[in-house]
Design a protein around this ligand. Sequence first.
Ligand code: ZN
Length: 207
Amino acid sequence: MNHQDQRHSLANIGKEFHANKWSLGTSSNYSMVVCRNPLQLLLTASGKDKGALKQSDFVVIDENVNVLEGAPGKPSAETGLHLLLAQLSGTGAVLHTHSVWGTVLSDLFAQSGGFFIEGYEMLKGLEGIKTHETKKWIDIFPNNQDIGALAKMVKTRLGDANNPTTHGFLIQNHGLYTWGATLFEARRHIEIFEFLFECVGLRRMMA
Ligand SMILES: [Zn+2]
């Protein structure tokens, strides 16, 4: 896929996520790895309407956040998290949404640092999960506006030898980050997580 096609694919994702109310206004950001070595990321520029992304609404950055293509100094504020997740081996795309259910659950369970999703068939949509009889822990990190400090916390959990963060995580009162080997996989993870968050939220309301 060339850069133009990648921009087009990310713009389509924006349109779709906006329609699903997962990326309203200028919230959210999306990235794709365009070169692995040295690492280069195609990333949504800051402050763009995610429902109407244009070819010019992206930047290409290197691992030191130097802008190689696009308006200088205009990558998303959350670039550090995208770079961290892109550095995981096998990551092809990183997607971040600000949905209602992700926001509400990240508020409700913030004190516990996360929550379990258990027993739902749709868990099998997360790469590598083979059975609905899975107890999936979702980390919630504080909404630290110092992205470097937040990235450090996330990195520690990603590297946890016993129980590492996998597939995705929430930021308190903010939203979801997920990633995948391809844009298709990352998009599927967003859909699956957003579905599961809605189930967890609605189920609690009915309890
Ligand atoms: Zn955000």
